[in-house]
Design a protein around this ligand. Structure first.
Ligand SMILES: [Zn+2]
Length: 319
């Protein structure tokens, strides 16, 4: 009996290796081409060459097929925030290596390399600014820094952003893009999911608006926490959104998954996403939504006076 079990175990392990070999490369599909500093950009989707300046003017969305090329956090902030209104927050927060983690490379060296390569300190930029003249607290994740993975700095910066927004009664928008929790920080990275969610709950209790924008790709611990906790959840067209990767699920279930599995469109169909908004309309849409959610223009003192009057009236009526 035990022998049989063992054989079965060995067989499934053998199948796993065989399937892995059959499926060829273990890399997650062709990587999106980086935008060359050159004059022209070749669309990784349709192959059409576009003048880079025109593409930038169209917010890095292919004018031919509508493919949304990846944009970094600085570009995002430029696209969304009104000129000269951006005030960055907590730029001094730096990642540490509390576990002394090492895989093929020491984690502290990895951090330093990414900092040099990207000019970023960690995977998110946060700050306050205006969008269409309305105040907003904005967090923008950056996929260039370790695949936008969520470590202690990402968690702490987003939590502080949400707390500041709650205090100032600002709406929060977070542009999500992430490969998930940062495994080099182990448990400390997983804790961030709960920490951000708790801050969002206090923001919600204060009846304030939170909109996550899911861009390609939004996966792992980010999907399992703040990406799915929005009052309204917006996604960019064709963005990959999921928890575990397609390959892992296919291998576990031993089933071929549908073509549109884990795409923004599929999630919209199943009610996990409220709307898909092309990047070129994102600023306008966010402005409209935030505007709609503005509290009526009555001062708090006026509200309190009205409340007291109503309470006095109802207590008089009760007597
Ligand atoms: Zn294209």
């Amino acid at each position: 009996m035990a022998n049989n079990e063992e054989n079965r175990g060995l067989k499934s392990l053998f199948d796993w290796f065989a399937n892995r070999r059959k499926s060829g490369s273990t890399n997650p599909g062709p990587q999106e081409r980086e935008i060359a500093d050159g004059l022209w950009h070749k669309c990784p989707k349709c192959g059409v060459l576009t003048y880079t300046k025109d593409l930038r003017a169209n917010q890095m969305v292919c004018m031919d097929c509508g493919h949304h090329n990846r944009v970094d956090s600085d570009e995002r902030i430029r696209q969304l925030i009104d000129a000269n209104t951006w005030q960055p927050m907590d730029e001094h927060l730096r990642p540490t290596d509390p576990l002394g983690f090492r895989d093929r490379k020491a984690y502290c060296d990895r951090i330093r390399d990414y900092q040099e390569k990207t000019g970023l300190i960690d995977g998110v930029k946060t700050g306050l600014g205006q969008i269409g003249g309305l105040p907003i607290a904005l967090g923008v994740m950056d996929f260039r820094f370790m695949g936008g993975s969520m470590g202690s700095v990402v968690g702490e910066k987003l939590t502080r952003l949400i707390e500041e927004a709650t205090q100032r009664r600002y709406p929060v928008v977070i542009i999500c893009t992430s490969g998930g929790a940062r495994m080099q920080e182990g448990m400390l990275s997983l804790m961030q999911m709960a920490k951000i969610s708790a801050a969002l709950d206090r923001h919600r209790e204060a009846r304030l608006l939170y909109i996550p924008v899911l861009t390609n790709p939004t996966t792992g611990g980010v999907t399992a926490s703040f990406a799915m906790l929005g009052d309204l959840i917006i996604a960019e067209p064709k963005a990959t959104i999921g928890f575990a990767g397609r390959r892992v699920i296919e291998q576990t279930l031993r089933e071929k998954l549908p073509e549109d599995f884990q795409t923004a469109e599929d999630l919209l169909k199943h009610g996990f996403v409220d709307d898909i908004v092309p990047r070129t309309q994102l600023k306008q849409t966010l402005t409209q939504l935030i505007n709609l959610h503005q509290p009526p223009a009555i001062s708090t003192n006026h509200n309190m006076a009205f409340l007291k009057k109503t309470m006095t009236l109802s207590s008089t009526a009760a007597e």
